[in-house]
Design a protein around this ligand. Structure first.
Ligand SMILES: *[C@@H]1O[C@H](CO)[C@@H](O)[C@H](O)[C@H]1NC(C)=O
Ligand SMILES: *[C@@H]1O[C@H](CO)[C@@H](O)[C@H](O)[C@H]1NC(C)=O
Ligand SMILES: *[C@@H]1O[C@H](CO)[C@@H](O)[C@H](O)[C@H]1NC(C)=O
Ligand SMILES: *[C@@H]1O[C@H](CO)[C@@H](O)[C@H](O)[C@H]1NC(C)=O
Ligand SMILES: *[C@@H]1O[C@H](CO)[C@@H](O)[C@H](O)[C@H]1NC(C)=O
Ligand SMILES: *[C@@H]1O[C@H](CO)[C@@H](O)[C@H](O)[C@H]1NC(C)=O
Ligand SMILES: *[C@@H]1O[C@H](CO)[C@@H](O)[C@H](O)[C@H]1NC(C)=O
Ligand SMILES: *[C@@H]1O[C@H](CO)[C@@H](O)[C@H](O)[C@H]1NC(C)=O
Ligand SMILES: *[C@@H]1O[C@H](CO)[C@@H](O)[C@H](O)[C@H]1NC(C)=O
Length: 677
């Protein structure tokens, strides 16, 4: 075996890279299923003459997740099945159906107006050999638009004996779509043949609940939390959800973005009485961008012969998704790196997938400051782009999967909202990045490349606009955000490491017109904003995020060892001049930008997942023959009602070794307490 032919990314790609593109997978996948570790019986691999085994017990594959529904305890739950299908050769043939809330007739949840909770529930089973696949769920109607993405998911890779998984997602924010007749699409493209034998047997359910109860944290002097009945989703959720997608009724509406594929563009007309609007973005790199955080800066990439043949990709490591409204930059999001269950080394993710794998996180940009100009009843163009920090912002061709929606809250008057943009930070679209590094010889033979990709200054953007609703409420709405980024990379023929730091904050605020310069120019901390809140009626909600990632792979003739440490950290805080008021019942889901003129703002909440994973695996003929992965994950969660989950989980490839689960909301933990070996 010629060692140098086995570049690390090729090994990683063989496990999964092409599984997410639209092309069929061509690279070989690890022959891990041939390992004695994965044998369910003594029958030789691939023997077709062996008698059918007794249906084996499937192992649970899981992802630690926040409770769903978020916030409410739900005594009365009603479920309907939307799709139940064995996804085998399902490329280009999604499931689509007509949904009618009348399906809940005869249950306790007959009336959507009474629902206090809403979730999408996935149950899947798979056995054999298969990649992980990227699935999506879409909902829409002919009036407000088809093709609103409401969930993006990955499956665990199967084993010979089979695995199952369950994940529930809170979709209360999409209540308006599910409260009436809708067209639903569930796309889970899979291929089954003699080699890739695992069908994905998946059931997708919609669960509504009524009579939900929220545990309010109560006043300072109250010892115990107080239960209050939850307001209906109708009262809490956005009134209209408008798709930013291809808007198809019977197919996947995803925008494939990058290079020749261009950007994702949607012309939309907003209701004239829109009083507040948030753009939510779904975004993940796939195919040649699946491992975007390992990209080699262009100036080095262009000097490495055979880089692309050996499975390396260029355009550096920085990616951001940008939002433009009528060609004007309106905000950006820096994505959390999603690592699928086939990513880098599949043994990293068994049986414990990383946070964000079975239900990908999304990102918000508050576009309320622009509303005065968007409520004219005319069409406005919303565009989503993905850029790098390289010259020209280029990324690899057609390999980001992106979609979005606009969640609109209406003013009760029905009259037009007016106002204008008062201040916008110019040049927000320019990513001022740099690359440094040293290339010695050819890193694909006996040389090496050491590099850093970063942002020269913290990246920031801000906009403030006046709003006057038909009901006469007048205020200034602001959106302000800041991001820091760096990635130290190393590549040679047998090792690759990337140490990525990506963190920042986003802030929605409400204030009087005379405070705009003061609040936007001063680079105020949230504590300083609180002082203004107390004295001058400013309100703000801030999301702090931090997504560090360390990934290291080491290859030899006989071994492929990996370490991946990753964190997902989001904390929402607020500065409010009405901080005594408990607005819990006005809140929805994982809201991060909730600021009303009223003022109703999000209550503090936080999600922190910190996971380390290692694999030592043995290679035979360049494929993984056997090995052991370990994971160690802490999960800390605090919801807006003060409910907490505090969890520590350890696994190896075959077993759950520890699951310490505590906190006042542990009864709603997802998954529930795991059985420990
Ligand atoms: C969905 O789109 C794919 C790719 O464009 C196409 O091949 C397929 O026929 C479409 N399926 C349906 C049901 O429209
Ligand atoms: C999935 O469904 C197919 C078709 O019904 C069946 O043959 C297979 O055994 C199922 N797989 C699992 C893991 O249940
Ligand atoms: C949208 O229009 C199509 C074509 O007329 C129709 O089949 C579908 O049922 C409509 N969707 C809804 C939710 O009414
Ligand atoms: C909830 O919505 C209903 C209308 O569906 C309205 O009558 C009621 O006042 C609302 N309640 C609150 C607390 O906003
Ligand atoms: C996509 O958006 C980027 C960023 O604004 C821009 O540079 C590029 O020209 C756009 N591409 C197309 C095809 O419109
Ligand atoms: C790599 O190998 C070549 C050919 O044997 C040799 O000339 C060169 O000095 C080596 N480079 C390094 C960095 O070791
Ligand atoms: C690649 O780098 C690693 C870590 O520094 C080192 O152990 C290994 O020997 C290097 N491999 C080659 C082929 O230079
Ligand atoms: C892993 O595979 C290697 C090569 O086939 C073999 O020598 C070794 O015993 C295997 N280890 C285990 C734990 O099965
Ligand atoms: C995982 O740990 C369990 C319990 O200690 C042990 O029995 C099992 O052999 C371990 N599996 C691997 C692959 O190391």
């Amino acid at each position: 075996m010629h060692l140098l032919k086995y570049t690390l990314l090729a090994a990683a790609a063989s496990a999964s890279a092409l599984a997410h593109g639209h092309a069929e997978p061509l690279l070989k996948i690890p022959a891990i299923w041939q390992s004695p570790l994965f044998k369910s019986s003594n029958h030789p691999v691939g023997s077709h003459s062996s008698p059918a085994p007794v249906k084996p017990k499937l192992q649970e594959a899981f992802q630690i997740h926040e409770p769903a529904p978020i916030l409410t305890n739900t005594p009365q739950i009603c479920s309907i099945t939307l799709v139940s299908r064995s996804f085998a050769n399902s490329y280009g043939s999604p499931s689509y159906l007509s949904y009618d809330p009348a399906s809940f007739a005869g249950t306790s949840c007959s009336y959507p107006d009474e629902w206090t909770g809403l979730t999408l529930d996935i149950h899947g089973e798979t056995r054999g050999r298969q990649f992980d696949r990227l699935g999506t769920v879409w909902v829409g109607n002919n009036r407000t638009g088809q093709g609103v993405e409401v969930m993006r998911l990955d499956n665990p890779e199967p084993t010979r004996t089979g695995v199952f998984w369950d994940i529930k997602k809170d979709i209360g924010k999409y209540w308006s779509l599910f409260s009436e007749k809708a067209d639903v699409v569930f796309d889970l493209p899979n291929i089954v043949d003699d080699t890739y034998t695992g069908a994905l047997n998946v059931t997708l359910k919609l669960s509504a609940s009524v009579d939900g109860v929220m545990q309010s944290r109560g006043g300072k002097h109250r010892r115990r939390p107080v239960a209050q009945s939850a307001l209906s989703l109708k009262n809490r959720s956005a009134d209209v959800v408008i798709p930013l997608s291809k808007r198809l009724r019977t197919n996947n509406s995803i925008f494939l973005i990058g290079g020749s594929a261009g950007n994702g563009t949607t012309p939309i007309t907003l209701p004239q009485n829109a009083a507040r609007a948030i753009v939510e973005i779904y975004a993940s790199g796939t195919a040649t961008e699946e491992f975007w955080y390992t990209g080699i800066p262009d100036r080095f990439y262009n000097q490495i012969p055979d880089a692309s043949e050996d499975g390396y990709y260029g355009h550096g490591t920085y990616r951001e998704v940008q939002l433009y409204i009528d060609g004007t930059f309106a905000g950006f999001v820096t994505p959390y790196p999603i690592i699928y269950t086939g990513g880098i080394n599949p043994l990293l993710w068994r049986p414990s997938a990383n946070y964000g794998t079975f239900d990908q996180p999304t990102y918000n940009v508050d576009v309320t400051p622009w509303l005065g100009g968007l409520t004219d009843g005319k069409e406005h163009v919303f565009e989503l782009a993905v850029v790098s920090s390289e010259e020209g912002g280029g990324i690899n061709d057609a390999s980001w999967f992106v979609s979005g929606n606009v969640q609109v809250y209406l003013d009760a008057s029905g009259e037009r909202t007016t106002g204008k943009v008062l201040k916008v930070q110019s040049g927000g679209e320019d990513v001022d990045g740099y690359t440094e590094g040293k290339l010695v010889g050819d890193p694909l033979t006996n040389g090496s490349l050491t590099y850093t990709v970063g942002l020269k200054r913290g990246r920031s953007f801000g906009v403030a606009g006046s709003i006057k609703t038909g009901s006469g409420v007048e205020y200034v709405a602001g959106w302000y955000q800041s991001a820091e980024y760096s990635n130290n990379g190393f590549v040679n023929a047998t090792a690759q490491t990337n140490d990525q730091k990506s963190y920042g904050w986003t802030r929605s605020f409400v204030l009087g017109a005379d405070k705009v310069d003061k609040v936007m120019d001063a680079g105020l901390s949230l504590d300083e904003l609180q002082t203004l809140a107390d004295t001058q009626g400013v309100g703000a909600v801030q999301l702090d995020y931090n997504y560090p990632l360390y990934a290291a792979s080491y290859l030899s003739n006989t071994n492929f060892d990996v370490q991946v440490n990753q964190q997902f950290d989001r904390t929402v805080r607020r500065a409010s001049h009405n901080s005594q008021r408990n607005d819990l019942n006005q809140l929805i889901g994982d809201e991060t930008t909730f600021v009303h003129a009223e003022p109703v703002t999000a209550l503090p909440h936080a999600t922190l997942s910190r996971r380390t994973g290692t694999v030592d695996s043995v290679l035979v003929n360049g494929a993984i023959a056997n090995g052991t992965g370990t994971s160690d994950q802490t999960f800390m969660y605090r919801d807006m009602a003060g409910g907490t989950i505090d969890r520590h989980t350890r696994t190896n490839t075959t077993s759950v070794l520890q699951d310490t689960l505590g906190g006042s909301a542990s009864g709603r933990a997802q998954p529930a307490q795991l059985a420990v070996a």
